[in-house]
Write a protein that binds this ligand. Sequence first.
Ligand code: HXC
Length: 257
Amino acid sequence: MEDLIFESGAISTITINRPKALNALNRAVLEEITRVLRDVRHDASVRVLIVTGAGDRAFVAGADIAAMADMEIVEGLEFTRLGHRVMHTFEELPIPVIAAVNGFALGGGLELALACDLIIASEKARFGQPEINLGIIPGFGGTQRLPHRIGHARARELIMTGEMFDAKSGCEWGLVNKVVAPDQLIPETRKLAEKLASKSGFALRQAKAALRAAATMEEDAGLRFEQNTFGGLFACADKREGMKAFLEKREAKWQHK
Ligand code: HXC
């Protein structure tokens, strides 16, 4: 599919490729992402996934407004549910997902970035939930994930005013992990991806699951989840190898299990 480019490898990349519409997400693109994520999930050789947008103007400027303009209630509901399934699938992937935000990340675009584990942003990136200006509200998870990520006060202000913010603010608020010059976005993102790919994939998977629990569980249940997950790792090859390698003062050779 032309609107989505998938480059497969240990570090795989999904590029939303509708630059003329600032990479707006329509149903076809969301369905294609679903298909690609299913393949990624079942391919053990993929260690890290990068998500980005084509061109130099946008990551994703939101859900496709032209497509939504003609939708009635049933289509609207189906569209939000499809988007939610996609965002949930990103969160449930057993590998780290990095959003490389090159430009506008608005509405569904910010919601897509929020479903990723880490966000690297170009100095030119602009974020926001401008849905209020269209007479709607965020519909791919933003009303829930944004307050979790940056706190209720700021999320309320952003969703109610629809105002945009820059990468530097995103970094100060704990949304963005790193801000880089535009020409450094992909090299810096790949550098981070390579660092992650050098870890035990199995331990990373458990770390991601436990970090997810922090967002989805009550604290008591989350703390129990951590204990059980931690304990489980002691039955695994990578724990034995990691500690043995440390004691023998050498690099660990991960089996990812
Ligand atoms: C469809 C879009 C689009 C979008 C931009 N375009 N955003 N098309 N859906 N979300 C198209 C424009 O129509 C235009 O097409 C082309 O991309 C370039 O955009 P311009 O507006 O000409 O560029 P510029 O003046 O630089 O302004 C950039 C912008 C603006 C500030 C990003 O495009 C904008 O405000 N876009 C909408 C952002 C938004 O409201 N996103 C939230 C959507 S709702 P033509 O053919 O004229 O060249 C949403 C809900 C999610 O995401 C949940 C759903 C269930």
